[in-house]
Design a protein around this ligand. Structure first.
Ligand code: HSE
Length: 408
């Protein structure tokens, strides 16, 4: 019998408890021993729950219980989660977490400590919710040099963009729905400003490229500047607007970023809607592999956590693959790109001259209809992205959000 201690009984922690209790028999049969939920630490009152007797408000008491084998951290945030996790590892317990902020801020320190103590630290649920992606990158795709990862890694923003595109709810109403469904972060600015997706691509780059767990040099732009008009242009162009997290291996290192992108209609990520996430991985031997599923929500995320628990129970001594020297994190905007933006002025000869002065190879797009009156859009020529963005800073005409225009 493996005994589990749970830190945090919020949306995800509650889901872990539900799976361990509801699927206890199935887990026992599958793993060959039971996974027993032994203790739960949460400061809130859960006295009405049928398993109320498992609760304690004393984290120290839970972490030092000699009978607990694995600690599941579902508290969120960096502290006190970091201290509790280090404490658990020091006490010889394996740790599973869904907490991407913790993995990015303290992952290096925790992985080192876990290796010294001979215990495992797994975090599949931190990225892509219920989609298995870290495990497959580590195991099934380990024969490959991974060259590129492109993902829709935030369920809340994908939900909002889907609602905006389909003309239903406003940005605010769609965000509220995502919060009610338990998708959004406690502070949803981490979702809509792109920070959540940046942490996740940072974790995937670490797993795929062996890069350090640091997201400092990663360019991040969320969806707050996008307007319904952008979605309408995308429709006219046979495209979809998505918040895309990108990690690319290049000759002298790798670069990573999160930014809105207009994808061609037949791009594998273009049709990923609602709360769904997808991760498109390119390996040098396997080619493209697409992972798709629910990227947020109680039971999908808890499913990934329980998967990690099973892995630990079956392979308590598993060791991580050795990684080569960490690649350098390059300027995120040093790659070549095309950029789209709406120009909020009628397409007069003067406006055209203004655009062509800065973007000589730009394609100009006008669309008939009241919704597009008094404006047009430009799609720049391909160039170094930082230089193209700098040109927008010098552009005299008012313009909308800058959106990456992904070539087919
Ligand atoms: N707020 C996150 C999302 C939850 O919307 O994807 C899962 O990490």
């Amino acid at each position: 019998m493996a005994k589990i201690g749970l830190l945090g009984h919020g949306v995800v922690g509650g889901g872990v408890a539900e799976i361990l209790l509801k699927n206890a028999k199935l887990l026992q049969e599958r793993v060959g021993q039971g996974l027993e939920l032994t203790a739960i630490c949460d400061l809130r009152d859960f006295s009405a729950l049928p398993y109320a007797d498992l609760f304690t408000k004393d984290a120290q008491a839970l972490l030092t219980r000699p009978d607990i084998d694995i600690v599941v951290e579902c508290m969120g945030g960096v502290e006190p989660a970091r201290s509790f996790v280090l404490w658990a590892i020091e006490a010889g317990k394996h740790v599973v977490t869904s907490n991407k902020a913790l993995v990015v801020a303290a992952g290096e320190e925790i992985i080192q400590k876990a290796s010294e103590r001979g215990v495992r630290f797994l975090y599949e649920a931190s990225t892509g919710g219920g989609i298995p992606v870290i495990g497959p990158l580590r195991q099934n795709l380990a024969a490959n040099r991974i060259d590129r990862i492109a993902g829709i890694l935030n369920g809340t923003t994908n939900y909002i963009l889907t609602r905006m595109r389909d003309g239903g709810a406003s940005f605010a109403a769609a965000l509220k729905e995502a919060q009610q469904k338990g998708y959004a972060e406690k502070d949803p600015s981490a979702d809509v400003e792109g920070d959540d997706a940046r942490r996740k691509i940072c974790i995937l780059c670490h797993v795929a490229f062996g890069s350090p767990l640091s997201d400092e040099k990663m360019f991040t732009e969320g969806i707050t500047k996008l307007e319904k008009q952008d979605m309408l242009y995308a429709k006219e162009l046979g495209r979809s607007v998505k918040l895309i997290a990108l990690g690319e291996r290049v000759a002298d290192g790798f670069r990573a970023s999160v930014a809105p992108a207009m994808l061609p209609g037949d791009h594998p990520l273009a049709g990923v809607s609602d709360v769904f996430n997808a991760v498109l991985v390119n390996g040098d031997m396997v080619g493209d592999v697409l992972f798709y599923g629910r990227g947020a929500g109680q039971l999908p995320t808890a499913s990934a956590i329980v998967g990690d628990l099973i892995d630990i129970v079956l392979h308590p001594a598993d060791r991580a693959l050795a990684s080569a020297q960490a690649p350098a994190c390059l300027d995120a905007l040093s790659g070549r790109m095309r950029l789209f933006s709406r120009v909020l002025r009628p397409l007069t000869p003067g406006a055209q001259q203004e655009v062509e002065g800065l973007f000589p190879g730009a394609r100009l797009v006008t669309v008939e209809g009241e919704a597009f009156a008094g404006e047009f859009a430009l799609i720049s020529e391909e160039g170094v992205e930082s230089e193209l963005r700098a040109r927008f800073a010098r552009f005299d005409l008012p313009h909308g959000a800058i959106i990456r225009y992904i070539s087919p």
